[in-house]
Design a protein around this ligand. Structure first.
Ligand code: NAP
Length: 206
C-alpha cells in the first residue's frame, strides 16, 4: 500500500525543524510523499495574531521547492471556518483512496488531541507521527492515550527531531527584537520575511 505523509501546521513561519521532521518521517516511515498543509484558521489559535494564510502558504511553497518528494496543499486555507483535522483527513481519504495516511505534527500540538474536534474519528482515519524536541517526556501523553483510546496506541509513532530546537515562536520573537534569524530557515523564506517586514512590532511596519 502507498503511504502519504500529511504535514499539518500553522508554519508561521516554516523553518528547518519542520523540514527535517518531514524528511525524517518520509525516510523512516517509507512515505511515498509528504503533503504540507498550512492551516487556515487554527481551531486553537483564536488568541494570537496569525500571519495571513496566503503569506504562510507562500513561505512553505518556497521552502519545499527543491524536494521532489514534498508537495503543498491549499485544502485548509481554502476552507472557510476553523481548520478541523477531521475534515481534512476525510477529504484526503477520498483523494487518496489507495494510501495509508500518516499525519505528521509536533508532539506539543498532538498532546492536545483530546480537545480536538472528533478526536476518535481522527484516530480512525490516520496514523500519527509525533515529532518531538530532544528530551521531550512523552510518557504522560502515551499513558493518557492508553487509558482513553487503547486501540489507537499502535497508531501513534514518536520521532525525535533534534532540529526542532528551532521554533516558529522563537523566530518571530527574534525578528521583533531585531535579532538575526539567518540559517534558521531556508534562504527564500528568510528573505521574504525581511522584505515583507513580517513579525516586526506594529510601529516598525509603518
Ligand atoms: P501549534 O499550537 O502552532 O504548535 C504546537 C507545537 O507543535 C509547537 O511547538 C510547534 O512548533 C509544533 N508543531 C506544529 N506543527 C508541527 C509540525 N508539522 N512539525 C513539527 N512541529 C510542529 O500547532 P498548530 O500548528 O496549530 O497545529 C498543528 C496541527 O494540528 C495542524 O495541522 C492543525 O490543523 C492540527 N490541529 C487540529 C485541531 C482540530 O482539528 N481541532 C486542533 C489543533 C491542531 P512550531 O511553532 O515551531 O511550528
Amino acid at each position: 500500500m502507498l503511504r502519504l505523509g500529511i504535514m499539518g501546521g500553522t508554519f508561521d513561519p516554516i523553518h528547518y525543524g519542520h523540514l527535517v521532521a518531514a524528511e525524517m518521517a518520509r525516510t523512516e516511515f517509507a512515505l511515498d510523499k509528504v503533503l504540507f498543509i498550512p492551516n487556515g484558521v487554527s481551531p486553537h489559535k483564536m488568541r494570537r495574531e496569525i500571519t495571513d494564510a496566503q503569506t504562510r502558504y507562500r513561505m512553505v511553497e518556497m521552502a519545499i521547492r527543491d524536494n521532489p518528494e514534498f508537495t503543498i496543499s491549499r485544502i485548509e486555507i481554502e476552507r472557510t471556518g476553523p481548520s478541523y483535522a477531521v475534515d481534512t483527513l476525510k477529504e484526503l481519504r477520498q483523494l487518496y483512496p489507495h494510501h495509508a495516511l500518516y499525519f505528521i505534527t509536533g508532539m506539543d500540538a498532538l498532546q492536545e488531541i483530546f480537545d480536538w474536534h472528533k478526536a476518535k474519528e481522527i484516530l480512525e482515519l490516520t496514523e500519527f507521527i509525533a515529532a518531538t524536541r530532544p528530551g521531550y517526556e512523552s510518557r504522560d501523553f502515551l499513558l493518557k492515550i492508553a487509558s482513553e483510546y487503547p486501540q489507537f496506541l499502535p497508531k501513534i509513532h514518536l520521532l525525535e527531531v533534534p532540529a526542532l530546537a528551532i521554533s516558529s515562536t522563537d523566530i518571530r520573537q527574534r525578528v521583533a527584537r531585531g535579532q538575526s534569524i539567518r540559517y534558521l530557515l531556508p534562504k527564500e523564506a528568510y528573505t521574504y520575511i525581511l522584505t515583507a517586514k513580517l513579525y516586526l512590532p506594529q510601529a516598525d511596519c509603518e
